[in-house]
Design a protein around this ligand. Structure first.
Ligand SMILES: [Zn+2]
Length: 237
């Protein structure tokens, strides 16, 4: 067990170095950059959908104009001399409604033009912003790469030490378990009992759990999955 715990200490150092890379300012910048890029992309999609909607509305407006043009031709062709008094009011109301419809249509088209201008303005703003972010991302990536290369030899050295220690591990099943849980990100894998608390997640353990632990010497914590040992010396391996 002593060797496994020594390996665990080395793995802990490796994890710290990896965390150093993950939490370095450039990595944080990179996460923000990716978020901004994603936001930019979905904003572009929204703008594209808006542009499509404007085009559809505009085409519908054109079709309506064609219809009004047809109606106005019909009104024009009515022979004024043939119109009797009853027809005059119909003619006037037809003409009025045509004028009303046309001004309404004109308002709608003006509205569409305004919206289209807004979409174009927003798209170009967004595109400038994204280009700027992309340029900066090269610098950020370089900084992360630098940080990675800085810790790489240290990690390699620790990994070599682990390889040497692995040969000395006596209890293979315990070590297999260690590797299995570590791969599942349950780390540290073997922890001590801290009073009545789990040495990793600090959850208070039920009394019957502690009773069983006293006989079995090690048990996985029901809360975090790490294996709690009553005492390192009691565990053969
Ligand atoms: Zn726990």
């Amino acid at each position: 067990m002593k060797t496994i715990l020594e390996i665990q200490k080395l793995d802990y150092k490796i994890k710290n170095l990896e965390r150093e890379v993950e939490n370095c300012p450039a990595s944080v910048d990179f996460k923000n950059y990716k978020k901004l890029l994603q936001e930019g992309r979905s904003r572009f999609e929204q703008l594209e959908a808006q542009a499509n909607e404007i085009i559809n509305n505009y085409n519908a407006a054109l079709n309506r104009f064609e219809k009004y043009k047809g109606n106005s031709e019909i009104v024009k062709k009515r022979n004024v001399e043939n119109i009797n008094l009853e027809n005059v009011s119909t003619l006037i109301s037809d003409a009025n409604s045509l004028v009303g419809d046309l001004s309404e249509e004109n308002r709608r088209v003006e509205d569409l033009v305004r919206k289209a201008e807004e979409v174009v303005r927003k798209s170009s703003n967004l595109s400038n912003k994204l280009t700027e972010i992309k340029k900066r991302s090269f610098v950020i990536k370089n900084n992360i790469e630098q940080k990675k290369q800085e810790v790489a030899p240290k990690i390699k050295e620790l990994e070599n030490q682990i390889k040497t220690l692995e040969k000395e591990v006596k209890n293979k099943p315990l070590y297999e378990k260690y590797k299995e849980l570590k791969a599942k990100n349950i780390f540290p894998v073997y922890v001590s009992l801290d009073g009545n608390y789990c040495g990793r997640c600090k959850v208070e353990l039920p009394l019957n759990f502690i009773e069983t632990l006293k006989t079995k010497k090690m048990l996985p914590c029901e809360h975090c999955g790490s294996i709690i040992m009553i005492s390192e010396k009691d565990v053969i391996g």
